[in-house]
Design a protein around this ligand. Structure first.
Ligand code: PEP
Length: 249
């Protein structure tokens, strides 16, 4: 069975709650789609108004982060149960900005992935190499290490429902998109890694997005690749162009 495409916006630290509501209203008709799953991953403070704003539409809501502990003295953190109760269905885990600026390592990310799944959230697990790693020729080794560490102890059935986002760090927010061949090569490599770790059925089922300067002009070619099941979109998710990315065909 063909995998359903999924296009998720990562709003990052943009949009106040009132701006978030206005953006949802602006995009409402533009992101309508019968055959693509559409997700807005929004800052924590926007979750409640955005869940309300997208009610009755095809848009689902995601968080940009969460903590793995159940509850307690973790000032500033948000639990998986809080997200679920607020109406969130997806959560980005291991975005390169969190790995880099907030020093989140694979051991922590593995705990977050497991907790998200246990709570019934769909993790969008990010992985990707730096430009230096690409130039050294270790891209796939690095990504395999990330995937294997982040999915340790996760079952095949759980992986089948997950999203993995391949985001070369040098392509995020730079306007420098990976070539279609580069993006497809790594997404295919990730699928092969999942097959090695689990089985062919799991590799066939898991959805793999490409992220890194996706825009209205390059989405169609990227998403047409056999191993690219949609995109994780930063900058272009904050404007009307996001509708063109969702309706890329
Ligand atoms: C991202 O934040 O995940 C991302 C891919 O950003 P951009 O589309 O702006 O490169």
């Amino acid at each position: 069975m063909a995998r359903r495409k999924i296009v998720a916006g990562n709003w990052k630290m943009n949009m106040t709650p009132s701006q978030a509501k206005a953006l949802c209203a602006e995009l409402k008709d533009l992101v309508k789609s019968e055959d693509v799953d559409v997700v807005y991953c929004v800052p924590a403070i926007d979750i409640v108004p955005v869940v309300e704003a997208v009610k009755g539409t095809n848009v689902k809501v995601g968080a940009e982060n969460m903590y793995f502990e159940e509850k307690g003295a973790y000032t500033g953190e948000i639990s998986a149960a809080m997200l679920v109760d607020a109406g969130v269905e997806y959560v980005i885990i291991g975005h390169s900005e969190r790995r880099d600026y907030f020093k989140e390592d694979d051991c922590l990310l593995n705990k977050k992935v497991k907790k998200a799944l246990e709570a019934g959230l769909i993790p969008i697990l990010c992985c990707g190499e730096t430009l230096e790693q690409r130039e050294m020729g270790v891209t796939m080794d690095w990504i395999r290490l990330q995937i294997k560490s982040d999915l340790a102890g996760v079952t095949a059935e759980q992986v089948q429902g997950m999203i993995i986002a391949y985001e070369p760090i040098w392509a995020i927010g730079t306007g420098k998109t990976a070539t279609t061949e580069q993006a497809e090569e790594v997404c295919k490599g990730i699928r092969m890694c999942i097959e090695e770790m689990y089985d062919a059925q799991t590799a066939e089922a898991v959805r793999i997005q490409y992220g890194g300067s996706v825009n209205a002009a390059n989405a169609a070619e990227l998403f047409a690749q056999p191993n690219i099941d949609g995109g994780l979109v930063g900058g272009a998710s904050l404007k009307a162009d996001f509708g063109k990315i969702v309706n890329y065909k």
